[in-house]
Design a protein around this ligand. Sequence first.
Ligand SMILES: NC(=O)C1=CN([C@@H]2O[C@H](COP(=O)(O)OP(=O)(O)OC[C@H]3O[C@@H](n4cnc5c(N)ncnc54)[C@H](OP(=O)(O)O)[C@@H]3O)[C@@H](O)[C@H]2O)C=CC1
Ligand SMILES: CC1=C(/C=C/C(C)=C/C=C/C(C)=C/C=O)C(C)(C)CCC1
Length: 365
Amino acid sequence: MTTIPQSFARALSVPLRPSSPDISCSAPLCPHIPDVRPEAEARGSAQMWVLVIIAGIGVVTLLLLLFAPHIRRYAAGAACRTASRLDGKTVLITGANTGIGKETALDLALRGARVIMACRDTEKGEEAAASIRAECPKAQVEVRELDLADTCSIRAFAQKFLREVHQLHILINNAGVMMCPYTKTVDGFEMHIGVNHLGHFLLTYLLVGLLKRSAPARIVVVSSLAHNFGWIRFHDLHSQGSYNSGLAYCQSKLANVLFARELARRLNGTDVTVNSVHPGTVNSDLTRHSTIMTILFSVFSVFLKTPREGAQTSIYCATAEELHSISGKHFSDCSPAFVAPQGRSSETARKLWDVSCEQLGIEWD
Ligand SMILES: NC(=O)C1=CN([C@@H]2O[C@H](COP(=O)(O)OP(=O)(O)OC[C@H]3O[C@@H](n4cnc5c(N)ncnc54)[C@H](OP(=O)(O)O)[C@@H]3O)[C@@H](O)[C@H]2O)C=CC1
Ligand SMILES: CC1=C(/C=C/C(C)=C/C=C/C(C)=C/C=O)C(C)(C)CCC1
């Protein structure tokens, strides 16, 4: 005979043994026979829950499969529609060996630009350049060594670059590190602020003269939505007092937004524009320092952008004709985007500028 768990039977108002007296009390029927009902009841309800969970997973999977094309189209975000050619133009992209940087390099090379891929690991850079050449045999891509975690490497890179490259029309400050354990750059800066902000600040300082001489020129600073959750801790910029990898990342991405705005103000009238972008949430190597985020990003990859989709806003800011005179703005999905109040503060932007110059030992007026 099929047994029905008591609680289930009660809920359905099903008599357990219609012909026998009510046995729904907890006293055992016979004192000599151990009562197994609570165990059976627990097993039954556990089985029921397993069934409910399996059915739930099945329904969710089915819905995901059914709506996958719609989800993908929504997650992909906006595509850059501009057909601008970049023949005769020179582009420099940091962190171009993988992710968003590599896809940006491919797209701009397809438009005819000479693309210089600045990578800290030139072997990885050459592999990426080879895969770009495989997709676009005419691509003019070259790899140069640049470690943004070392100001000597940045200076050496710029010195060689200025000696050998005579024009620079587009600089894309793309390289980034997220949520790494507490580490310092060669110069003793906390890694996030050191690479994501100070490294790019120094690189831009060293190349801005060339950009001005090559004008019209553009600078694209790859920031993030994460800037919303950051604030600049002027009292402890390098997190020596306390360190939280997420907050350190957010601080560095806010610094990107403030740098772009302040630089745009200072470059007013030079025909060199600067804008910052949020690429979207992109399934790339950026999560490499966080196992949880790596797992979440792969499980939910259908909801995330691919690196190619994530590159669209950088490409848009680098090429769109309608942006020729737009500077100091923030973009996402190839459209102007919201900037958090702390990213709009001119006072914070100026203070960060002065502190950055001081930390790097440079004068940039
Ligand atoms: N992925 C996302 O969801 C989002 C990304 N962004 C931003 O987009 C940008 C690109 O990230 P994404 O492509 O996703 O990440 P990836 O990790 O795929 O790429 C990051 C790139 O930066 C390079 N890099 C890291 N440290 C240094 C350094 N010290 N010197 C030179 N290059 C360095 C990496 O080189 P290597 O491979 O050798 O480590 C790599 O080429 C970052 O600025 C990130 O903050 C913003 C919002 C969301
Ligand atoms: C909440 C949540 C997700 C969204 C994560 C987001 C939105 C991450 C954004 C990261 C950024 C902006 C990083 C770089 O700057 C996932 C992964 C879909 C998994 C399900 C839970």
